[in-house]
Design a protein around this ligand. Structure first.
Ligand code: SAH
Length: 502
């Protein structure tokens, strides 16, 4: 194995850096402009530890895909924006959840204090005796321009920045003799024409460069560069829509108007490595339709009852990282720890080996090569006359486990369950295709988004059977990733990803 030890720097320095959330507290967390990579580490930590997340729509969509469906969410973005009733409803909700002793995250687009009414929410909660904190976020006012290549300040072109809402912009022009500055307007699309007219009337030149960046940092990002006298027309021509940042100033000329990257939706729990290689430059949109969850109720009890027997086998086989994590979960729950693991350990794939290392366990055998048959042949050869158990998903009856069962004394041992997730929103008009790692993924897709325009979308598939399933579901354009790579690598990846997906 190449890497012997994996560490997570965040976990190692967790103490003192990440906020501690107490029951009954409310944390206003800035979601950033939309790209989940721009959520702060503190924000992510709070979100994953919350009991309830009360969220906007703007900037929050992708981030909500990151958190477990078990965390309660309340979408207040659907309330009529900005109305007094809506704001009161949000206050009431936050208070109610906090008073019930929940750990509450109020997730707000961008930065909570930039045109976000964050302070109103904090003051309301404080007057009712609730502790409320704020975790700043990356504001779209700066990240929007940056994502289009525009620096909001520049040593020679703009020595200052002003930010306005599209609703009130008195004084946005000010003294034209003062050093050049950048003017940034949020919530300005509804009244763009009027804003432009007023800026011109107040003395800005019609040729002043300006830019619009909509849906900044998301898969729907579009930007245009124009001049004050041409921008309204340009917005119309390009069909630019809300949410958008309107920026006026010389720095706008830095904007890079590049072809947007092709967008592919990934419905599995991870990006199949082959897809990353085969689609360089693509943007992958994560819309997981399943989650690997711990067992519960009777199923968990049944597995717990079998644990002692499983631990007395000669070999334990793990063919994906979730199997490792959930097996260890059961072990700990039963009052045991890694010292109870007597069997030798065989894993499929390096990622699975890393998962074991996190528990200070070294795999005795790591099987990385070959397709399903080869994996089975290797495992069967290794185990030969001994007994083995394989940690699997509940109800798992395919893949390596079932093929191997015919050759050796093997017990399938359920340690986790595959739970369906509610499908997230996708604007298909921005998407080129979908990545499917198994026929079952195609079925799930068809159930989740029955009205997706499959005739125009490319099905990027792993394996022949997946291509066939896509065809059956109406995909006209299909691509088989296993054909696009040298046979050896292709076959190795196929077996690993297919087993994980199943
Ligand atoms: N608190 C937010 C702003 C809320 S006001 C922040 O700090 O970003 C809502 C306005 O923000 C929208 O009308 C739009 O002008 C802007 N906005 C938010 N997200 C955006 C995005 N991803 N791209 C472009 N503009 C965005």
């Amino acid at each position: 194995m190449k890497h012997l030890w994996h560490t997570n720097p965040i976990q190692n320095s967790e103490v003192g850096i990440l906020p501690r959330m107490e029951p009954g507290e409310v944390w206003l967390v800035g979601a950033g402009p939309g790209d989940p990579g721009l959520l702060t580490t503190a924000g992510f930590h709070l979100l994953t530890n919350a009991d309830v997340v009360v969220h906007d729509r703007l900037g929050c969509e992708e981030i909500l895909e990151l958190i477990s469906p078990q965390i309660k969410r309340v979408d207040v973005g659907k309330l009529p924006g900005g109305s007094r009733d809506a704001q009161e409803e949000i206050h009431r909700l936050l208070l109610h959840e906090a008073r019930n002793g929940r750990k509450v995250v109020r997730l707000k687009g961008g930065d909570p204090f930039v045109f976000g009414r964050g302070m109103e929410e904090i003051q309301f909660l404080q007057t009712h005796g609730i502790t409320a904190h704020v975790v700043p976020g990356v504001t779209s006012a700066f990240a929007g321009p940056a994502s289009a290549g525009i620096p909001v300040t520049h040593r020679t072109l703009a020595q200052g920045v002003q930010m306005w809402t599209g609703h009130t912009r008195e004084g946005a022009v000010g003294d034209l003799q003062s050093p050049p500055k950048t003017r940034i307007f949020l919530m300005a699309m509804g009244s763009l024409g009027r804003i432009v007219e007023e800026l011109l009337e107040e003395g800005l030149s019609p040729t002043t460069p300006c830019a619009i960046v909509s849906h900044a940092t998301t898969y729907r990002q579009r930007s245009i560069v124009s001049t004050l006298n041409g921008v309204v027309e340009s917005v119309r021509e390009n069909g630019i829509t809300n949410p958008a940042i309107f920026l006026v100033g010389d720095v706008a000329s830095f904007a890079q108007e590049k072809e947007p990257a092709p967008v592919y939706v990934v419905t599995g729990t991870r990006l199949p490595p082959l897809a990353g290689i085969a689609l360089p430059g693509a943007k992958f949109l994560s819309r997981p339709l399943v989650e690997m969850a711990a067992l519960s109720g009777e199923c968990r009890d049944a597995s717990m009852a079998r644990l002692a027997d499983i631990l007395s086998r000669d070999w334990l086989i793990f063919n994906n990282p979730w199997a490792v994590r959930h097996f260890m979960g059961l072990l700990l729950m039963s009052g045991r720890d890694s010292r109870a693991i007597r069997p030798r350990l065989a894993v499929v794939g390096e990622e699975t080996a890393f998962a074991l290392q996190k528990f200070s366990l070294m795999a005795d055998q790591v099987i990385v090569e070959g397709n399903r048959e080869e994996i089975c042949r290797k495992l069967a050869g290794m185990i030969a006359s001994g007994s083995a158990a394989m940690a699997t998903a509940l109800g798992y009856n395919g893949g390596v486990g079932s093929s191997l069962g015919g050759h050796i004394d093997l017990e399938l041992f359920p340690v986790y369950q595959v739970v369906e997730r509610k499908p997230g929103n996708v604007d298909w008009s921005y998407c080129r295709g979908i990545v499917f790692s198994s026929p079952r993924a195609v079925d799930r897709f068809a159930r989740a988004w029955p009205s997706a325009p499959v005739g125009n979308l490319e099905a990027v598939c792993i394996g022949d059977s997946t291509v066939r399933a896509a065809g059956e579901h109406g995909f006209m354009i299909t691509r088989n990733l296993t054909e696009s790579l040298p046979q050896e690598t292709g076959r190795m990846e196929v077996s690993a990803t297919q087993d994980i997906a199943s």
